[in-house]
Design a protein around this ligand. Structure first.
Ligand SMILES: C[S@@+](CC[C@H](N)C(=O)[O-])C[C@H]1O[C@@H](n2cnc3c(N)ncnc32)[C@H](O)[C@@H]1O
Length: 281
């Protein structure tokens, strides 16, 4: 479980330190999301990037749509610092440290809301997405990506299984975290209850890159010690157990080394919705 408190503190700080490697992980999925966003983007108006992190999606949108005013919103001050530096040359782009669920993240109503994997961390997903709905103009598009089940995301499942000796089992009830929106039926019900209509989703299978550069295996093992579900287990392990886990991780990663890079299978959902004309919640 990863909630607001984690993102505004230590988890956000790690993601800020690791933004280039997390961006790299999403690189094969991002063009699908960005294409869906551009297809829905108005020429001008306001767009908000929910849980913008280090700003990759905000930057791409602001560059592609210079007449659109883009605001990236995130809980983590460290991530917003990185995003501001990256976006400093774009006059139509700004960033804010805010909790999107509090509804005060934007001065004007949004004509477009987007998110790369930033909407499945709300304590109460209906209330969170209803708060997002309240900053949207009626008819505004919401386009976001989220992970499919952990079992289809081997970059997370395999290191976890390697660390614990057990294949992870998908959660049967909602808990905020990277795989909380894996079930499309749950997401559709949640969006509808939060005042979103015209719901569509599609699956995107992609390769999640965890290692590259001069020593891709070492890069991947180091990445897994910093980010993902195995990282806290490695940090908490006693020295001997940790050494054994790192050896098993190195074996795992080596099996995924091809053509100088380490990739794992991954799967995401791309969702689109429209703000319903009348708000139900
Ligand atoms: C998995 S990261 C994705 C970051 C970024 N969109 C990317 O693709 O690199 C999830 C992000 O959502 C942010 N987040 C989670 N809940 C939030 C909330 N209630 N309001 C604003 N940001 C939130 C976190 O701080 C975190 O940066």
């Amino acid at each position: 479980m990863t909630g607001a408190h984690d993102w505004s503190g230590a988890v956000g700080d790690v993601w800020a330190a690791e933004w280039q490697r997390t961006d790299r992980g999403f690189a094969a999925m991002t063009p699908h999301l960005d294409a869906a966003i551009l297809a829905a983007a108005p020429v001008r108006g306001n767009a908000i990037d929910i849980g913008c992190g280090a700003g990759g999606t905000s930057l791409a949108l602001a560059r592609a749509c210079p007449e659109l005013t883009v605001t990236g919103v995130d809980l983590s001050p460290s991530l917003i610092d990185i995003a501001r530096t990256r976006g400093a040359d774009l006059p139509n782009l700004s960033f804010r440290v805010a909790d999107i669920t509090l509804g005060n993240a934007l001065d004007d109503s949004a004509d477009l809301l987007v998110s790369r994997h930033g909407v499945m961390f709300f304590d109460d997903p209906v209330a969170g997405l209803a708060a997002v709905r309240r900053v949207a103009r009626p008819g505004a598009a919401l386009i976001f990506s989220c992970f499919d089940s952990v079992t289809r995301n081997r970059f997370a499942a395999d290191p976890l299984a390697t660390a614990t000796g057990q294949e992870p089992v998908p959660a049967t009830s909602y808990a905020p975290g990277p795989f909380a929106f894996a079930d499309p039926d749950f997401v559709a019900e949640t969006l509808a209850a939060a005042g979103w209509a015209d719901l569509h989703h599609q699956s995107v299978a992609f390769s999640y890159r965890v290692g590259a550069g001069p020593d891709p295996v070492a890069d991947a093992v180091d990445f897994f010690t910093r980010i993902g579900p195995a990282a806290p287990l490695l940090r908490a392990a006693a020295p001997e157990a940790r050494t054994a886990m790192i050896a098993r991780l190195t074996d795992l990663v080596t099996r995924h080394l091809h053509d100088g890079v380490v990739d794992f299978p991954a799967a995401a959902w791309l969702w689109s919705a429209r703000a319903a004309e009348s708000v139900m919640t």
